[in-house]
Design a protein around this ligand. Structure first.
Ligand code: ZN
Length: 335
């Protein structure tokens, strides 16, 4: 696993390569949202720190250390994760790291520890503090966290910080197809933008049949909301939202992307910016046929946002959704 197997993150890979070529230091913090690829990057760097012939491109992939690492049995590599969802226990930190760092490395090189800091409480951090302040020369500690604020300032100040970048849609496409997602998936162009640059989110949604289907249904319903009979809207369409009540925020997010796409077309923006690119023809047709103007689409978009906020504030579900549907019916009325 040299750095070249990581798609994107070019600047971060260059920094890691430069650090490998010199004296890398002892403590490294990788941050980014869930699904950004922190563990993947931290493992690639950990492997390079253990490799017998590393280069600026990362681990060689050929030496004994690399082979042991790939098999998951490198004796000088420890990974601390929350085993039962209850977080990393302070005893785990004491035995697996604090007591272990003073022992010699078994392969004669570095000893490298990876800690999932999102699951490390204050006690656990305190237990690690001294090791991070005065690490034995052969010890490297790598941490992953959703953000540096997850950790005490005294710890962060002693670590080299490597924030992960958001992936571009093209990088996401390479990651998804590399993971076996078909280029032919109609929702693919949508996912590449909807995932907001987070590979884990894109991968999860691309393999979530519920999401793929419910998105289609929301888009169909949005396309016809302006011609629906009022009574049908308040029974049948509302019934759909009610069935998916637990995921209403996702449904409203998707509805919001549709209104945004209508507004993009109405404002004459480039069609390549459409989120729901697989619905391009229908979206163009709808805007043209009904002569939607920006003001009414803005109101429709604001109504979706408003409903989204109301749900987070626990307002009455039926009232919120029904008044949204009625407003969408008015703003998106078919000519
Ligand atoms: Zn190697």
């Amino acid at each position: 696993m040299s750095f070249s197997t990581i798609i994107g993150q070019e600047q971060l890979k260059r920094r890691l390569g430069t650090s490998l070529a010199g004296d890398p230091g002892h403590a490294f913090l990788f941050t980014g949202p869930t699904g950004a690829g922190k563990t993947l990057v931290a493992r690639a760097f950990g492997k390079a720190l253990l490799c017998q012939t590393p280069s600026e491109a990362g681990a060689c992939g050929q030496c004994v250390a690399c082979r042991l690492f790939d098999e998951g049995v490198h004796p000088d590599w420890r990974s601390l994760v929350s085993k039962d969802g209850k977080g990393i226990r302070v005893e785990q930190v004491r035995t697996d790291i604090v007591a272990d760092v003073s022992l010699y490395s078994q392969m004669g090189g570095r000893k490298v520890y990876l800690v999932d800091a999102d699951h490390l409480n204050e006690q656990g951090q305190n237990a690690l503090l001294k090791t991070i302040e005065e690490p034995p020369p052969h010890v490297c500690i790598l941490m992953t966290a959703s953000g540096p604020e997850r950790l005490a300032g005294t710890i962060v100040s002693r670590m080299a910080h490597f924030p992960l970048a958001r992936s571009t849609p093209e990088e996401l496409r390479r990651i998804l197809t590399g993971a076996g997602i078909s280029e032919e998936l109609p929702a693919l162009p949508f996912l590449l933008r909807y995932a907001r640059g987070i590979p884990g989110v894109a991968l999860e949604l691309a393999t979530d049949t519920w999401f793929i289907q419910v998105r289609e249904e929301v888009l169909d319903r949005m396309a016809s909301v302006g011609e629906k009979d009022r009574a049908v809207l308040l029974t049948e369409t509302y019934g759909f939202f009610n069935r998916e009540k637990d995921h209403a925020d996702t449904l409203l997010d998707v509805a919001g992307t549709y209104v945004r796409d209508l507004a993009l077309v109405a404002s004459g923006a480039r069609e390549t910016l459409l989120l729901n690119a697989d619905r391009r023809g229908a979206i163009l047709d709808l805007v043209r046929r009904n002569r939607y103007d920006i003001a009414q689409l803005d109101r429709a978009g604001a109504a979706v946002q408003h409903a989204r906020r109301c749900l987070t504030l626990n307002t009455n579900f039926e009232t919120t959704i029904c008044s949204l549907l009625l407003q969408l019916r008015k703003e998106l009325a078919h000519a």
